[in-house]
Ligand binder design. Structure first.
Ligand SMILES: [Zn+2]
Ligand SMILES: [Zn+2]
Ligand SMILES: [Zn+2]
Length: 152
């Protein structure tokens, strides 16, 4: 196969609907899993990897601590970024290239970008000595999203 898909013995290209892991909406694309229809959970970063063959590493963090979860069911949706989130993430990365910084909230788990002209971004860049366009990130104990009651 020129496109690199290993066909599934009975399911062929094995097309699956997608759901966006970022916003939770149904994706606007389909994913062809072919024979790569097994799910693996990474114990390091909790990412679910699809179609990993034996001995491979987590797609997200590169850890080899992945364990077999099961087969992707016929009508199961596969996580894939939707167009909106893809564009948003690209915009965030561009913001970081201009001096912004990534943040991750340890309280609610949300991730995002602090704009380059914000005091915290300027201070973090100064403190770490990492200049734009190189990415740098910090962990927050609390963020604006915490108040939106994400977990009740
Ligand atoms: Zn999305
Ligand atoms: Zn991982
Ligand atoms: Zn938060």
């Amino acid at each position: 196969m020129s496109d690199g898909i290993r066909l599934h013995k009975t399911k062929g290209v094995n097309a699956h609907m997608t759901v966006c892991p970022r916003c939770g909406k149904d994706g606007d694309s389909i994913v062809l899993l072919g024979a790569e229809d097994k799910k693996y959970l990474c114990s390091e970063c909790d990412a679910v990897n699809y179609g990993l063959s034996k001995g491979k590493c987590c797609n997200k963090c590169g850890s080899t601590c992945v364990s077999y979860l099961g087969i992707v069911e016929d009508y199961e949706k596969v996580p894939a970024l939707c167009k909106v989130c893809e564009d948003e993430l690209e915009a965030l990365h561009n913001e970081v290239k201009k001096g912004g910084i990534f943040f991750r909230c340890t309280k609610c788990g949300s991730e995002g970008v602090i704009k380059g002209d914000a005091d915290l971004a300027v201070a973090t860049r100064l403190h770490t000595g990492i200049k734009a366009p190189k990415p740098v990130g910090i962990e927050l104990n609390e963020c604006p999203n915490c108040d939106e009651g994400g977990e009740e």
